[in-house]
Every structure is written in C-alpha cells, then in structure tokens.
Write a protein that binds this ligand. Structure first.
Ligand code: FES
Ligand code: FES
Length: 165
C-alpha cells in the first residue's frame, strides 16, 4: 500500500509517497529528501538533536510519523539562512561559541528559533535553560548556547521594534 502526502519543506512543496507508514519525519528528511542537517542522536525523543519546526512549533522529528503530517509546513536547519545571510540565531551561536563538535547544534538552533517565536525566551538565563532543556549537548556548551539565545532574542526583538517603527 502506498501512502501519499504533501509537505511544504523549507518553503518548497514536496509530494511524498511512502510504502511504510512507520517512517518518521526524521528519516524522511534525512534519507529520502537528503536533508541531513537534522541529526539522529537517540531516535527516542530524549536528546533534541532532531528538532525541527512544524507549523512554527518545535517537534522531535524522530517521534513524529511522516504520514501524520500531511499538509504540514516544516522548517529545518537548511531552510533558516537566506542565501549567505545567516539567521540571527545562527550568527549568535557562532559569536558566543555555542557549540564544540556541532552534532547537537542544528537541533539547538531550531529549538532556540522555536523558543523565541513562542515568545518564551525572555531575558532570564534560567528561563532560557528551562526552555532549551529538551536539547542535550554532550560537549557541555551550555553557557555559550544560553548566551547565544539571549543575544539572538534581544536582536530579533530589536529588529521587530525597528520594523514597527
Ligand atoms: S534523535 Fe530525536 S530526540 Fe534524540
Ligand atoms: S556541541 Fe557537541 S554535542 Fe553539543
């Protein structure tokens, strides 16, 4: 039996045919669409390395069945930059050394983007640590990650105010 679905991935419509309803969103992205930025750390919802945004919300893509997402709008790390212009969260991670090996970084960045969009980042480091607690970093780059999210959230809030002015 073939399962047909349509997804918008990083702004592009994608028609997908699956012969197995058990394919996760993570495996679909990595193995069938060639989008390997989202990482498979644990494959069981514990590390956050696979985080993407579905309709603007953070999702562990290793736990989401692709067939359940027909019509969904998905943003992965590959869709964040605009050409050579990095997203403010990407720039902030570089400036604040928010990574070492980089394996968790795509998930950390997507989670940070989601957290800021949710309006939950604020200017309190403790709140950011709580909001990012689903994303583990084995290298222990947490200080830089928290600083990067704080900085990016401040920059994006400033940009929004500037847009409104
Ligand atoms: S790979 Fe999805 S949460 Fe770890
Ligand atoms: S930078 Fe290595 S796991 Fe986070």
């Amino acid at each position: 039996m073939t399962f047909r679905l349509t997804l918008t991935v990083n702004g592009e419509p994608r028609a997908i045919e699956l012969d197995d309803p058990r394919v996760t969103l993570l495996d679909l992205l990595r193995e069938r669409l060639g989008l390997t930025g989202s990482k498979k750390g644990c494959d069981r919802g514990q590390c956050g390395a696979c985080t993407v945004l579905v309709a603007g919300r953070r999702v562990n893509s290793c736990l989401a069945l692709a067939v359940s997402l027909d019509g969904a709008d998905i943003l992965t790390i590959e869709g964040l930059a605009r050409g050579d212009a990095l997203h403010p969260v990407q720039s902030a991670f570089i400036e604040h050394d928010g990574f070492q090996c980089g394996f968790c970084t795509p998930g950390q960045i997507m989670s940070a983007v989601g957290l800021i969009r949710e309006g939950q980042a604020g200017d309190d480091p403790e709140r950011i640590r709580e909001g990012m607690s689903g994303n583990l970093c084995r290298c222990g780059a947490y200080i830089g990650i928290t600083q990067a999210v704080l900085d990016a959230q401040a920059r994006m809030a400033g940009a929004t105010q500037g847009d409104a002015a």
